[in-house]
Design a protein around this ligand. Structure first.
Ligand code: SAM
Length: 270
């Protein structure tokens, strides 16, 4: 089935909520001075704009696979260098001081190998700061799989639903990164986003988690899949006293700092 490009308009519908995690990640590193920054998976530029505002003097590069997202990012935040490319092949010409990856690395697999590989793109004392949704066990995602197993969708989707990759455990990320790092700061936050109704949950994920499922279906079944998904969501997400629903979004954060350069005398330099 034809895979559709990411849709920056849909993604930005919940821009304020999505930006909260990026802002929390940025807050954890905002005391640093960075000259060279790459935003890995910049999307529509929400994260790039935060970086440009905090480090206006820095040389910022932003990469993404999606042409639509890059066009939107450029419109939102002119100034950084925007490149179409795959994070899996990231290999900067010049080592960077900060690699910022907000809500992008969960779309790639093989994290045991990817995480140390990303550190190779950093200067000594450089920082890899990343945040990934850790929500595959939430009803929002389990229900995508459930609906995918129902007919007529199962026929098009097949027996293995197009789930994104499972994250490693926080301990496994620590073990993969610590041999190359001076320090690692990990934390997990469970946001509770107030949305007007369950239909908005489907809208939220239409540009992200639901996308691989919709991509696997013929055009003629996409609306029916979404309707069935909304019907199932209504069983799990209770309506609050004001008519809204609360979408739980657990997210894993990692800030890994590589070792500073050592001089021949063994002294540390930044
Ligand atoms: C959920 S958006 C996050 C965007 C942005 N960082 C933000 O904070 O709003 C994820 C982005 O990662 C991009 N992406 C997914 N896999 C990628 C890959 N392998 N290489 C580069 N970009 C990728 C998608 O195109 C999408 O724009």
């Amino acid at each position: 089935m034809a895979q559709r490009d990411w849709d920056s308009g849909l993604y930005d519908r919940f821009g304020d909520e999505r930006q909260r995690a990026a802002a929390d990640l940025l807050a954890a590193i905002s005391g640093h001075a960075f000259s060279r920054i790459t935003d890995l998976g910049c999307g529509s530029g929400l994260s790039t704009a935060l970086l440009a505002r905090r480090w206006p003097e820095a040389a910022i590069t932003a990469i993404d696979t999606s042409a639509d997202m890059l066009a939107k990012a450029h419109e939102r935040q002119p100034g950084p260098r925007y490149l179409q490319g795959n994070i899996a092949e990231f290999n900067p010409e010049t080592p960077q001081d900060l690699l910022f990856a907000n809500a992008s690395l969960h779309w790639l697999g093989d994290h045991d190998r990817l995480m140390p590989q990303l550190l190779c793109g950093l200067n000594p004392g450089g920082v890899l700061a990343l945040q990934m949704p850790d929500n595959l066990d939430e009803p929002s995602h389990r229900l995508m799989d459930d609906v995918a197993r129902e007919q007529p969708f199962a026929e098009a989707i097949g027996t293995a639903p197009p789930r994104r990759h499972e994250l490693l455990t926080p301990e496994a990320y620590y073990d993969a990164l610590i041999p190359h790092c001076a320090s690692i700061n990990l934390w997990r936050t469970r946001y509770l986003h107030r949305l007007p109704n369950v239909d908005a949950i489907a809208d939220w994920f239409a540009s992200t988690g639901l996308k691989p499922y919709l991509d696997a279906l013929p055009d003629s079944q996409r609306t029916a899949f979404r309707s069935r998904y909304v019907q199932r969501l209504a069983d799990c997400y209770g309506v609050r006293a004001d008519g809204s629903v609360l979408l739980a979004m657990p997210r894993l954060f990692i800030v890994a700092t590589t070792r500073p350069r050592t001089t021949t005398t063994g002294a540390l330099t930044p």
